[in-house]
Design a protein around this ligand. Structure first.
Ligand SMILES: Cc1cc2nc3c(=O)[nH]c(=O)nc-3n(C[C@H](O)[C@H](O)[C@H](O)COP(=O)(O)O)c2cc1C
Length: 394
């Protein structure tokens, strides 16, 4: 029997997602690459960090609010863009509503299943995410559309090297959801009646297209069509990053940085923010967890650029660890996808509430009244935990 309603941890949301989603959809969210070393390290590294709590003199009031790229948010957690289709019929609109209800930003993937106009209507605090794909005119047209829709920031994701073969196998995703694909997909969907029912109620099937990569109202490219365009685009230079930032002309985040030298170049390119990230373990396997590379990056450029971290956040205490090591906020990926699968908009709100509650507990135990007082002194770090990548002397 599929459960509905409140869940107490992100791990429970994931269990419910695995029961509710067809196997191929669930494994598309699990993702990862090659051996899964990075995927595992993203989670394990948080477990290696301890806390140094106080016992009395604690604060009764604790404030989590902050800003990211000019947006006020009520907790230091924002929604990371994920180009995932078919999790829930309301997709990114449900996520946007949940983020708005909890006072935070949604990052909308350019591979998302819902038009940006609908997402901004649900949450005016929307950052649009783009890859370096297509020719310059096409990129400008896509930025123009996002700007006209009301996106308040751009996330440029560059950490992708098209190496996503997995030792545990990848799900077969159809090019298009037509009758043939549905017949092939039917045996696994039939074992997930709640998921099937959610889509059946809307009278629609997951169509696996990318509506934000074209003009509003025109036929959207398929997911794989868009992927092909991306693969064929010559790779960007640092001058291209600067060009993209100039074309956007507003708050601009470079996502996927894990080296100090790249963080410096992002500062030089005029970026507003970087996300220290390895694409949730989906890029080069063997890249260390973002939380390991954060301290060196924060030390080098923390005063010059906003630093966000994403990868492996599953509980409020993870958020607190990242903020203590120099992140302004974190972005979450799978955590909200599990929530979306488990309970739609309410499930995403549930995940944000879990994180907020966990942040509050940790702040209380550490004796702080605001997240801005967190520092490495609150943590127990083993020697050798951190990795300084791209530092000249090494
Ligand atoms: C299934 C899946 C799809 C993703 N799609 C995108 C995307 O379209 N654009 C992007 O910038 N990042 C994408 N990401 C990366 C996330 O934004 C984020 O960096 C990552 O999920 C963080 O790790 P976490 O899942 O452990 O929180 C994706 C991640 C997953 C798991």
């Amino acid at each position: 029997m599929v459960q509905t309603g409140w869940f107490e941890t992100v791990a429970e949301a994931q269990r419910r997602a695995s029961k509710r989603l067809p196997k191929s959809v669930y494994s598309a969210l699990l993702a990862g690459s090659e051996r899964g070393v990075t995927l595992d390290d993203n989670l394990a590294a948080f477990g290696e960090i301890g806390f140094a709590p106080h016992v009395a003199g604690l604060s009764d009031k604790r404030d989590q609010s902050t800003t990211v790229m000019g947006q006020s948010i009520s907790l230091p957690v924002i929604i990371s863009p994920t180009g995932v289709q078919a999790v829930n019929p309301d997709g990114e609109v449900a996520v946007a509503r949940a983020a708005a209800a909890r006072g935070t930003v949604i990052g909308l993937s350019s591979f998302a299943s819902k038009p940006i106009e609908d997402v901004v209507a649900a949450n005016p605090q929307t950052f649009f995410q783009t890859y370096w794909m297509g020719d310059r005119e096409t990129m400008i047209r896509r930025l123009d559309r996002a700007r006209a829709a009301g996106a308040v920031g751009l996330i440029a994701t560059l950490d992708w090297s098209f190496s996503q073969g997995r030792d545990w196998g990848s799900p077969a995703i159809p090019e298009k959801m037509n009758l043939r694909a549905m017949m092939r997909f039917a045996p696994e969907a039939i074992t997930r009646p709640q998921w099937l029912y959610d889509f059946a109620k809307t009278g629609r099937i997951p169509d696996l297209t990318t509506p934000n990569l074209t003009e509003p109202g025109t036929a959207a490219p398929t997911f794989f069509g868009a992927y092909g365009e991306w693969m064929q685009t010559p790779l960007p230079t640092w001058e291209d990053v600067e060009w993209l930032r100039e074309q956007w002309g507003g708050p601009f985040m470079l996502k996927g940085v894990c080296r100090v030298d790249d963080a410096r170049r992002a500062v030089d390119a005029g970026c507003t923010a970087i996300s220290v990230s390895n694409h949730g373990g989906n890029n080069l396997d063997g890249t260390p967890a973002p939380i390991r590379v954060l301290p060196a990056i924060a030390e080098a450029v923390g005063d010059e650029i906003e630093i966000v971290l994403d990868g492996g956040i599953r509980r409020g205490s993870d958020v607190v660890k990242a903020v203590a090591l120099g992140a302004r906020a974190v972005m979450i990926g799978r955590a909200y996808l599990w929530g979306l699968a488990a309970g739609g908009q309410a499930g995403v709100e549930n995940v944000l509430d879990i994180l907020r509650g966990g942040i509050d507990s940790a702040l209380m135990g550490l004796g702080h009244s605001t997240i801005h007082d967190l520092s490495p002194a609150d943590l127990v770090l083993s020697p050798g935990f951190a990795r300084a990548l791209g530092v000249a002397s090494e």
